[in-house]
Design a protein around this ligand. Sequence first.
Ligand code: NAD
Ligand code: DAU
Length: 339
Amino acid sequence: MNILVTGGAGFIGANFVYYELENHPEDRIVCIDALTYAGNLATLDAAIGNPNFRFVKADIADREAVEKLFSEEAFDIVVNFAAESHVDRSIENPELFLKTNIMGTQVLMDACRKFNVPRYHQVSTDEVYGDLPLDRPELFFTEETPIHTSSPYSASKASADLLVLAYYRTFGLPVTISRCSNNYGPYHFPEKLIPLMISRALADQSLPVYGKGDNVRDWLYVEDHCSAIDLIIRNGRVGEVYNIGGHNERTNLEVVKTILSELNKPETLITYVTDRLGHDRRYAIDPTKISGELGWSPKTYFDDGIKKTIRWYLDNRSWWENILSGDYQAYYEKMYGNR
Ligand code: NAD
Ligand code: DAU
């Protein structure tokens, strides 16, 4: 099969590229990525020499570029990871989120219609369900939980989901949607909680915890997200939404304290800062549907995954130090400037 992975130079997209190349060596992966601040071609270093892999630098909202690519390749599946993904940035500047996350989705789906692509998969998020109260631990998000967004980021992802379902109903586009909880693991951009805290703790810098640090996230090791998407695109039912999450809930403060303890750093590094506007309190996924229908279950529990993740950041310092210094943004020019 010929699979288009959008946003494959980002955190989850790159992990998915590696997952597919390893688990389905018979398939070909084409990656399209605009290489925004969050895209890092060095992340795909180990894929770039693979004959089953092609990288194309382009914006998913650029209709001409997308149609050119679809006319060159006969795709069997399109998996759309490309997005503006950071909630705090969406609070600073919502516009780009609407362009990439909504318009980009539309351009990709139009291309799927025009070129008769048999499957479009939208990588969505549990944030489309809004949040749950902290004092109701028995509540979880199911696929039937109403959409109820908090941030411009989650509103843009929810809008895209609605558009995807509209293309299914109106045009019969064969779509699936997955809504996953918070991921962590290798290649996570160091603006997000876990890699930010690891990199700052290693430099003995203060660790900015929003509010009281009692917000809860349901952490999933990124490889488990990749295995779930892999099952959905191969065995999932068209027109369906699948929630992905592994019951690994932790408060932010618990996560930060675990990182400090693993790194032998003092808790005095923790600094409480002004809360995020509209800060969602708790996310928690009920994965019954994907487990029952597709036999998916997560392999990595948080206590092991966080150790593996910290080990990865210790062993791959140059990857994140290049990002923090800004050097990674010159990488594409260095690699592709003269081609
Ligand atoms: P990321 O920010 O690390 O990567 C996004 C990638 O998309 C980058 O490589 C960037 O260059 C690329 N991109 C951005 N705008 C683009 C555009 N207009 N055209 C082409 N490429 C573009 O994001 P991530 O954390 O890997 O998230 C990937 C997807 O998974 C997103 O759709 C996100 O909403 C969703 N998701 C993320 C999480 C999480 O915990 N990180 C959880 C659930 C769902
Ligand atoms: O739930 C899935 C979502 O998870 C994805 O859709 C998003 O793309 C992804 O970024 C993530 O969103 P969050 O807002 O939950 O992730 P973030 O790492 O930004 O923050 C996690 C929690 O930590 C959140 O409660 C805010 C808090 N936080 C975050 C940062 C960056 C802090 O307390 N301090 C910080 O410096």
